[in-house]
Design a binder for this molecule. Structure first.
Ligand code: FEO
Length: 178
């Protein structure tokens, strides 16, 4: 049975992961409208990865005999000044997620909740990768800064992203999955 303070904090983070998915889906739609299909593809996969993060939290709460509380999800912005601004916003967002994960880890230590501490280590490692990947794209976006040909090259590269094998599938329905 999970401590109620930890349960509440994990539910808050589950909601924030939903927001991450919303944010990147909104960015994907905006990129698609601007004609940058590779950027749109990359962001759609990122949105799907965030759904996987939601599912990890959801499954963990249920495994610990916790209550899943699904709250309303904040609406994300619908447009950005430039592709670079959008990726910069994604980078800032991921830094905020890292901060939130760190706070969850702090709480698990304070509560001596070793199971949750262990569970959160996956997210700690994941945030290192998330920040690094987005920061790398921000760097290249800065280099081309508005140059159409450079942007097309980045777009072609982002179009090659493949789904991660580590994405947690959505909760199975009866007759599906294991
Ligand atoms: Fe779920 Fe991008 O952090």
């Amino acid at each position: 049975m999970i401590d109620s303070a930890m349960e509440e904090a994990l539910n808050g983070h589950l909601n924030h992961e939903f927001y991450s998915s919303y944010l990147y889906l909104s960015m994907s739609a905006w990129f698609q409208r601007t004609g940058l299909r590779g950027h749109a593809h990359w962001m759609r996969l990122q949105s799907r990865e965030e759904q996987g993060h939601v599912t990890r939290m959801y499954n963990y709460l249920l495994d610990r005999d916790g209550t899943v509380v699904l709250g309303s999800i904040e609406a994300p912005p619908t447009e950005w000044e430039t592709p670079q601004a959008a990726f910069n916003a994604a980078y800032l967002h991921e830094q905020g997620v890292t901060q939130r994960i760190n706070e969850l880890v702090d709480l698990s230590l304070k509560l001596r909740d070793h199971a949750t501490h262990n569970f959160l280590q996956w997210f700690v490692r994941e945030q290192v990768e998330e920040e690094a990947v987005v920061s790398d794209i921000v760097g290249r976006s800065k280099l081309v800064a508005g140059d159409g040909r450079g942007l097309i090259l980045i777009d072609q590269e982002l179009a090659t992203r493949r789904p991660s094998p580590n994405v947690e599938p959505p909760p199975p329905v009866l007759g599906e999955g294991a």
